[in-house]
Write a protein that binds this ligand. Sequence first.
Ligand code: ADP
Ligand code: MG
Length: 238
Amino acid sequence: MASVEIRNIQKNFGPVSVIQGVSFDIEDGEFVTLVGPSGCGKSTLLRMIAGLENISGGELRIGPRVVNDVPPKERDIAMVFQNYALYPHMTVADNMGFSLKLKGASKAEIKQRVDRAADILGLTKLLDRFPRQLSGGQRQRVAMGRAIVRDPQVFLFDEPLSNLDAKLRVAMRTEIKALHQRLKTTTIYVTHDQIEAMTMADKIVVMHDGVVEQIGAPLELYDRPANLFVAGFIGSPA
Ligand code: ADP
Ligand code: MG
């Protein structure tokens, strides 16, 4: 686990500024949701934290270390994407162990880590199946398993439930929270769904057009929104 400090982070794509000086802290073990309308810069910010996108300005710290120029592989972060593309020709176990294999881990270590993650996620009986033999929720669990096996300091989720139907989304967010209770891994969870953001977070960061509008505990935002944007966004149905 590690804390994350985001200090005046900026991002330009050519002449276009899409993130204009965003700052907030995530404490060690905290579950932060990053919420805002489509196009406000959530994925870009997450990709910068993961090291998949370079940082145009500002400073990013993970634990004690400034990581602006640290390559993704050395950041000890695992990201779960919206489109959790599993390798169709690989079993669940192989999908989950693949990143460890790339890192050169031994077969025994891969098996041990995959078995542990499978146990945590209730996937033990499905390890020999192929993705096409799984339900949407099971595939999402495998995608989380791929992240867990790496035992990262920080989890990044980018709208991981948006491809699931409403009922499954509710079930999965309970599961993700239970997972966090168990592992206590520092988590940044991006969503455009206000209900998801409110129910899952220790702390919410509300973004709009590349800036942070407000940061606070869910009830704080609900009771004392900083401005009309936050009031409208938090108050409106998903
Ligand atoms: P969100 O995840 O909140 O929907 P994004 O971070 O994906 O928003 O995008 C923020 C803005 O940056 C959008 O206007 C988007 O079009 C722009 N953007 C994202 N990636 C690129 C890119 N690679 N090149 C140019 N513009 C981009
Ligand atoms: Mg996005």
